[in-house]
Design a protein around this ligand. Structure first.
Ligand code: SME
Length: 168
């Protein structure tokens, strides 16, 4: 196991401990906690946060860490929109090679965006991580962040029947 994997394991254990003790599952608090713990654990994480599916084909910013993030992203635009549209992880080694990349910060060089989908196949959000380092993210980041987002989708579904309105 390498240092990155060990750090992910430690972060996930902390997140589980923080969230698991709560009787009331508040999604804003969960997203804020996840963004905070991830962002502070990895030096190459320069923007870490969520975009929520609040209405059809639009993502709205959720809790995040880092410089300001754009407030809304249509599914038709950006790396986040591509993750939402295709319901698949976008692992971008060089954002300058992506024509419709949305640069919330001019210093961003690489990015990973992972969709959060419930067991009922409902897209509820995407987790977006930006780095000022080129090719900062690799298969280990993708593996761990996809596992985290799968858990978040399961947790959301366990508290929000599919008849509920979209994520707060
Ligand atoms: N880079 C993202 C936009 C979100 S800001 O980076 C926080 C995109 O291209 O969708």
């Amino acid at each position: 196991m390498n240092d990155k994997q060990e750090t992910y394991d430690e972060v996930f254990s902390r997140i589980k401990g923080l969230i698991g003790e709560e009787d009331i599952l508040d999604w804003v608090g969960i997203m804020a906690t996840v963004a905070c713990e991830l962002h502070t654990a990895f030096s190459y994480y320069h923007w870490t946060g969520f975009y929520r599916v609040v209405q059809d084909d639009v993502l709205l910013v959720g809790p995040y860490q880092g410089s300001h993030g754009c407030l809304s992203i249509p599914f038709s635009r950006g790396v986040c929109g591509a993750a939402a549209r295709t319901r698949s992880t976008q692992l971008v080694r060089d954002v300058n090679a992506i024509e419709d990349h949305i640069a919330c910060s001019s210093t961003t060089q690489s990015e990973i965006v992972v969709p959060i989908i419930t067991p009922e196949d409902r897209l509820i959000a995407v987790l977006d991580v930006d780095s000022d380092d080129l090719a900062a993210f690799d298969a280990v980041d993708q593996q761990y962040l996809e596992a985290l987002c799968k858990k978040l989708g399961q947790l959301y579904a366990s508290r929000h029947p599919s008849s509920d309105p979209v994520m707060p």
